[in-house]
Design a protein around this ligand. Structure first.
Ligand SMILES: [Zn+2]
Ligand SMILES: [Zn+2]
Length: 168
C-alpha cells in the first residue's frame, strides 16, 4: 500500500513538472522576445514545442544577435524598416526635402534626386538597451535541474519498488 501511494505521488509530481516546465519556458521566452522586438509567439512556440530544450537553446543563441531598436521620442520598440513610430507617431526616418524619399542619417546627398542634405543629423531611432538575460538563464537552470530530477526519479522508482517488495 505504501509503495502504491508513493508511486502515485511520484507520478503526480512528474506530471506537474511536465506541465510546469513548458509554462515557465513559455512565459520567459515570450517576455524576452517581446522586449527585443522578436516575434514573441513564434519564439515561444519554438522554445516550448521543440523537444529536449533544443528550441530554447536555439532561442538563447539567436537572441543575443538581435539588437533591439527603440523610438527616439517615446522609447517604444520599433523595427529597422519603420518610417514612423506606431506608438507616438514620431518620424523615425529622414526624408529628402527635395523629393520626399527616405534618406539615411549619414548621407551627404540624396541618393534619389542628388539634392544636398543638411548635415549633423542624428538617427531618430536609438539602440534599445539589451534586457537583462538573467531571468532566462535562471529558467534554463531550473529546467535542467528538473530534467535531472526526473532522470533521478526514473532510476529511483524501480529501486523503491524493489526495496518495497523486499521489505514485505
Ligand atoms: Zn514613439
Ligand atoms: Zn531627394
Amino acid at each position: 500500500m505504501a509503495v502504491v501511494s508513493s508511486g502515485l505521488l511520484l507520478l503526480i509530481f512528474m506530471f506537474l513538472i511536465l506541465i510546469l516546465m513548458p509554462v515557465l519556458i513559455g512565459i520567459g521566452v515570450y517576455r524576452d522576445a517581446k522586449a527585443r522586438g522578436m516575434e514573441p509567439w513564434l519564439w515561444t512556440a519554438v522554445a516550448v514545442l521543440v523537444p529536449y530544450c533544443i528550441g530554447l537553446i536555439i532561442y538563447l543563441v539567436l537572441r543575443t544577435k538581435h539588437k533591439g531598436l527603440k523610438c527616439g521620442s517615446c522609447g517604444t520598440g520599433v523595427e529597422p524598416d519603420y518610417a514612423v513610430c506606431p506608438h507616438c507617431g514620431a518620424k523615425l526616418k529622414y526624408t529628402c526635402e527635395s523629393c520626399g524619399k527616405p534618406v539615411a542619417a549619414d548621407w551627404q546627398a540624396c541618393a534619389h534626386c542628388g539634392a544636398a542634405l543638411p548635415q549633423g543629423r542624428t538617427p531618430l531611432v536609438a539602440a534599445a538597451e539589451a534586457p537583462s538575460s538573467k531571468p532566462l538563464w535562471i529558467i534554463l537552470g531550473i529546467v535542467i535541474g528538473l530534467v535531472l530530477l526526473l532522470l533521478a526519479l526514473f532510476i529511483g522508482i524501480p529501486f523503491l519498488t524493489f526495496a518495497g517488495f523486499a521489505a514485505v
